[in-house]
Design a protein around this ligand. Structure first.
Ligand code: HEC
Ligand code: HEC
Ligand code: HEC
Ligand code: HEC
Ligand code: HEC
Ligand code: HEC
Ligand code: HEC
Ligand code: HEC
Ligand code: HEC
Length: 399
């Protein structure tokens, strides 16, 4: 049975710390949060004031599902604080407002863009402040040229580097590209070059990059460059292909790991196709050549192992198709035998060529040597022996 009136009980309860501690705490927390945002963001722009902190921006922008519509298109406004703090910019202390230099207040200045792509294209320019070297390299790249020509889907900085989560790419002390970053390159390009990526990923080069993290095989940027990617349809690029491939394929240390020959460039340059292409590369790099380069026989993104049963060109039937691109009259597999491949002639592979070469190796020095001996003996006879004879004759007459 309760002997106290109810009002007295309520009064008693209100005096307990268990009631007022949480309430005061909540009020203090609310004031702190409000003061924080007001001080950092909502205040009028004031050059004397500290710029807004990352925390104050993330206070709103960390919310899931935050979007606005630009034109008809939604733009996601959510930025993960966790991703940002572990990104290279977060780690290096680059603040939100170092890139977002126009944002100091809430509401922010009005967005000047008709759609989300335009927003990206106007805004990536902010990278130039700190990365002018990379920025300038992109000027003549295929991507910038495409944008100037009106193809707004071509890549700019923030398409290949998410500014809010970009990890470090190069080692801080050595400047060498990190292996994880290297392995990610094809995926970066795959966002927009999906078909090329598929072909590359199945090729002898792509396969081991993904399965074993092989650091020797080429990625997109080894053949195309990075920020100054040039147009692959020009004569200059075409004529330079043998040197691009030879960079690795003449490297004894690298190729010995895979049991591959390093004579592929020398034998190519020695044949009727390569001699011309090499000459063009050195003397007339921007002139067209119709002779075969490495990629005409091997392919470029989809290069298989040469002994691959389905597509490998060590099989005559697969090779003939490649020759036919330029030699349409070649109808039988025996045509491929008109060419020595990358083999240097030996008694086993090309006996006729080998013995003819060998013959000339001895024949030419013998003939040339014989002629020199002949000429020298002739000189000796004409000038020295004759003179001596004449002199002897004179001596005899004056006696
Ligand atoms: C009080 C919540 C709030 C805070 C704090 C805030 N924003 Fe925003 N932000 C918004 C809203 C809402 C939008 C949607 C566009 C608008 O209304 O201006 C927006 C849009 C943006 C955009 C997209 C387009 C644009 O330029 O308006 C960027 C970039 C941005 N905020 C960056 C920041 C940065 C950087 C900070 C910290 C300095 C920040 N925001 C702080 C609420 C906030
Ligand atoms: C290294 C420069 C850089 C830093 C640092 C940076 N941003 Fe951005 N931010 C950009 C660029 C560039 C864009 C436009 C990218 C795009 O459209 O994909 C952008 C876009 C945005 C947008 C619009 C939505 C979007 O993702 O496109 C918001 C919101 C935003 N940033 C907020 C922030 C906040 C909050 C921080 C700090 C935690 C921050 N940014 C740090 C460069 C930066
Ligand atoms: C306020 C200066 C600043 C701005 C603006 C800026 N960055 Fe950076 N960025 C840095 C710093 C500092 C580093 C760390 C560099 C280092 O240690 O070599 C860095 C590193 C990077 C890296 C990794 C480099 C490496 O070698 O690992 C990339 C990629 C990058 N930034 C891209 C961008 C892009 C894209 C933009 C524009 C959206 C941008 N940055 C804007 C300062 C900036
Ligand atoms: C088409 C994709 C692409 C575009 C566009 C691009 N990058 Fe890169 N960037 C890369 C790749 C891939 C790497 C890795 C480096 C490598 O392969 O050598 C890289 C490397 C970097 C690095 C590390 C240092 C270096 O030079 O290797 C910085 C910094 C950088 N980029 C900044 C930028 C900036 C700033 C822009 C815009 C002006 C930009 N990037 C545009 C793909 C791109
Ligand atoms: C944001 C999308 C995007 C990304 C990411 C991108 N590209 Fe592109 N790329 C384009 C567009 C668009 C074109 C121009 C249209 C075309 O010719 O296919 C282009 C053109 C090219 C061309 C010239 C093609 C031609 O036939 O003239 C090459 C080469 C190229 N890109 C290589 C790369 C490489 C390598 C990467 C990664 C490091 C990359 N791209 C990343 C969109 C992108
Ligand atoms: C082993 C060298 C090599 C590698 C690796 C390579 N490419 Fe290429 N790529 C070439 C050559 C050579 C051409 C030009 C072929 C021709 O038309 O003569 C080319 C052409 C292109 C083209 C234009 C023609 C087309 O097929 O669309 C694009 C785009 C392209 N490459 C993107 C990429 C991307 C993205 C990657 C990585 C996933 C990549 N390349 C990897 C050598 C390479
Ligand atoms: C006219 C066609 C043709 C051209 C041009 C050509 N190759 Fe080959 N290549 C072949 C054929 C056919 C084989 C297979 C030979 C065999 O095993 O029977 C081969 C084999 C190879 C191999 C495998 C070698 C080995 O040890 O198994 C490599 C690597 C190679 N070529 C690279 C190149 C490079 C690099 C170039 C340009 C400098 C080039 N090729 C030019 C047709 C060609
Ligand atoms: C960055 C170095 C690098 C570049 C550039 C490069 N390759 Fe390779 N290539 C390799 C490596 C490493 C292998 C061995 C991969 C394996 O077996 O896992 C290989 C394998 C091959 C093979 C398969 C040989 C066989 O049958 O096992 C051919 C063919 C080939 N490359 C042709 C080319 C051509 C053509 C080019 C130029 C368009 C080229 N490569 C550019 C490194 C390179
Ligand atoms: C990209 C085009 C191209 C490809 C692919 C190609 N060739 Fe040729 N080849 C030429 C041209 C051009 C000449 C010079 C023709 C001339 O001067 O009459 C030539 C010359 C030759 C010659 C010298 C005799 C002659 O007809 O003048 C032989 C033999 C030959 N090629 C064999 C081959 C074989 C075998 C293959 C396949 C493994 C092949 N070629 C692939 C373009 C090519």
């Amino acid at each position: 049975m309760n002997i106290y009136p109810e009002s007295a009980m309520r009064r008693q309860f209100l005096k307990q710390p268990i009631f007022w501690l949480p309430v005061v705490g909540l009020i203090l927390l609310f004031l702190a949060a409000a003061g924080f945002t007001v001080q950092n963001v909502a205040a009028a722009p004031n050059p004397q004031r500290e710029p807004p902190s990352d925390e104050s921006c993330l206070f709103c922008h960390q919310q899931e599902g935050m979007t606005i519509d630009i034109g008809e298109q939604p733009l996601s406004l959510t930025v993960s604080g966790d991703h940002f703090s572990t990104s290279v910019h977060g780690v290096e202390g680059v603040a939100c407002v170092d890139c977002h230099t126009n944002i100091r207040t809430v509401p922010h200045p009005e967005i000047i863009a008709d759609n989300s792509r335009e927003f990206t294209l106007t805004f990536y320019e902010t990278c130039r402040q700190c990365h002018s070297e990379q920025y300038e390299k992109t000027f003549d790249s295929v991507h910038q040229t495409a944008i100037v020509d009106g193809n707004l889907n071509a890549a700019v900085c923030s398409d290949c580097h998410d500014p809010h989560s970009q990890p470090r790419i190069t080692d801080e002390t050595t400047g060498v590209i990190l292996s994880d970053a290297r392995q990610d390159i094809p995926q970066t390009c795959a966002q927009c070059h999906g078909a090329v990526f598929e072909a590359y990923a199945a090729s002898v080069h792509g396969a081991t990059l993904f399965t074993e993290g092989n650091a020797d095989v080429p990625t997109c940027t080894d053949c195309h460059g990075v920020h100054s990617i040039e147009d692959p349809n020009t004569n200059t690029f075409h004529n330079s292909i043998p040197s691009v491939c030879a960079d690795c394929h003449t490297d004894e240390v690298m190729m010995s790991k895979y049991g591959l020959n390093t004579n592929v460039l020398d034998t190519y340059v020695a044949d009727f196709h390569g001699t011309t292409v090499k000459l063009f590369e050195e003397q007339f790099p921007d002139q067209p050549t119709n002779k075969a380069v490495c990629t005409d026989c091997h392919g470029f993104h989809d290069i298989p192992k040469v002994d691959d049963p389905a597509a490998g060109i060590a099989h005559k039937s697969n090779l003939l198709v490649k020759c036919q691109q330029c030699h349409p009259d070649a109808t039988t597999e025996s045509f491929t035998a008109s060419w020595m491949s990358h083999y240097e002639p030996s008694p086993e592979t090309w006996p006729l060529v080998y013995y003819v070469n060998l013959f000339y190796k001895f024949f030419i020095p013998t003939v040339l040597g014989g002629m020199i001996v002949f000429v020298l003996s002739d000189i000796y006879r004409r000038f020295i022996v004759d003179k001596r004879h004449k002199k002897n004759g004179k001596d005899a007459s004056t006696k």
